[in-house]
Design a protein. Sequence first.
Length: 190
Amino acid sequence: MKYINALVGLILCICIYAVQAQYEDKRCMCVCPDLSIIFNGTKSDRKIYKLPVPPSKCDCQNVVIPNVIDDIKGKEKEFCLRCECRYESRNTTTIKVVVIFVIWILSLLVVYMGFLLCLDPILNKRRSQPTYREHTDEDDDASLGSGSGMSQPLRVRPNVLGRVTHQQDKWKRQVQEQRRNIYDRHTMLN
């Protein structure tokens, strides 16, 4: 288990280091029309230009024009009128922490599921052995239909897993009873 945790931690550190250089916390994003609108006048797709600049320089002149200056010489003002620029600030550290937390929780759930899958054959093996069963009121109803109240063996389940399997068995009996009532007798349980 130590090795798995170390491996997961190493992979997360490598991912965080690789992602660190790809995104900026503060940037200017300009949404502009395609360059063909200047020359053809037809409506076309929009393009997004992003650049990490200070808020005072978040405009078309500082973000878009340096990228397209060769394509729209002399028509910069006409092109910039159709661009919408806004400054964005986000906290990527918080986003990373939340993503790591979600991945960690999912990993724990997968390990827990694996544990339960390994434990299930052991529990089913124990259930097939004749054991004593705890006497409850719900069991009285089932035993009355079969004759005497002592016809079913009593099973003692002192641990938590035993109680869970007992609840599962009780639920399965209720589902079977409900199916019998709906399909055979055409009535519903209340």
